[in-house]
Design a protein around this ligand. Structure first.
Ligand SMILES: Nc1ncnc2c1ncn2[C@@H]1O[C@H](COP(=O)(O)OP(=O)(O)OP(=O)(O)O)[C@@H](O)[C@H]1O
Ligand SMILES: [Mg+2]
Length: 250
């Protein structure tokens, strides 16, 4: 459902994503982890057709991005890092706008909107987006994606700004969608989420993939047998000694 081959993005002389290869199958929840600035958002932007790669090929839903950008965009859902949406619209106008774009204005989708609003406690669709809090906007974007039930969903730090109940509902919903065959690609800094939710995890650092596998496979890398994901992540991307010395010096 998602395939990246030798994916590279350069900004001038700086390489943000370096020769990345990824493959995610139907029904999988794939966690894409890495420190700040590692290249996660840049990768998602390329995989969703927002940024053109410097090199490499992308296949989504079996389609090549170079030839099928619009078709791919119709078939996927994207929840960005920042809920940047039209501030001059009211909540329900934004949902109508999305329904128009995707030509999905039927009774089925309206029923789903009511159910999703109920689940995420959204009772503010008549407010202007400009007047919504960060979490309120985040939930609006989330339901605008989930209402379409796309086969492939990309989420860049989706729980940031969500309260505990909404975050829990989102996690359970994503698991349910994956069980029904959807493919979920998500980034998160909350390693507990990745450890509990993801079927497979890739860790990226400074643009390059440094590890990939199920939790069990990652643990098997060398000395990490008894480690949880946080310990493993820090071991691979920094060292606990380094962190200790930084804290001591501050
Ligand atoms: N448009 C751009 N122009 C120049 N450099 C960019 C641009 N977009 C991203 N970068 C650089 O690419 C690198 C990767 O950024 P990216 O946003 O992909 O990181 P990230 O892994 O999503 O980090 P975070 O966890 O903080 O969200 C960073 O060094 C960033 O400054
Ligand atoms: Mg990011």
């Amino acid at each position: 459902m998602i395939k990246a081959m030798n994916l590279t993005k350069k900004f001038g002389d700086f390489t943000a994503v370096d020769n990345l290869n990824l493959e995610v199958s139907s029904g999988e929840i794939f966690g894409f982890l890495g420190p700040n600035g590692a290249g996660k958002t840049t990768t998602i932007k390329m995989l969703t057709g927002v940024l053109k790669p410097t090199h490499g090929d992308i296949y989504i839903l079996g389609l090549n991005m170079k030839e099928n950008e619009i078709k791919i965009k119709r078939g996927i859902g994207v929840v960005n890092e920042e809920p940047k949406i039209y501030s001059h619209l009211k909540g329900y106008e934004y949902l109508e706008f999305i329904m128009d774009i995707f030509q999905m204005n039927d009774s089925q989708i309206k029923k789903r909107i009511v159910e999703l609003c109920d689940a995420f406690e959204i009772d503010y669709l008549d407010k202007m987006i400009a007047d919504m809090s960060h979490g309120m906007k985040q939930k609006l974007v989330l339901i605008s994606v989930l209402m379409r039930k796309p086969k492939v969903i990309f989420l860049d730090e989706p729980t940031v700004g969500l309260d505990a109940k909404s975050a829990k509902i989102l996690k359970e919903l994503l698991k349910k969608y994956a069980e029904q065959g959807a493919t979920i690609f998500l980034t998160t800094h909350i390693l507990e989420i990745a450890e509990k939710m993801c079927d497979r995890i890739a860790i990226i650092n400074k643009g390059s993939k440094i590890a990939e596998g199920t939790m069990d496979e990652l643990r098997k890398i060398g000395k990490y047998e008894n480690m949880n994901l946080e310990e493993l992540f820090l071991e691979l991307t920094a060292s606990s000694e380094e962190i200790k010395s930084i804290v001591e010096q501050l």
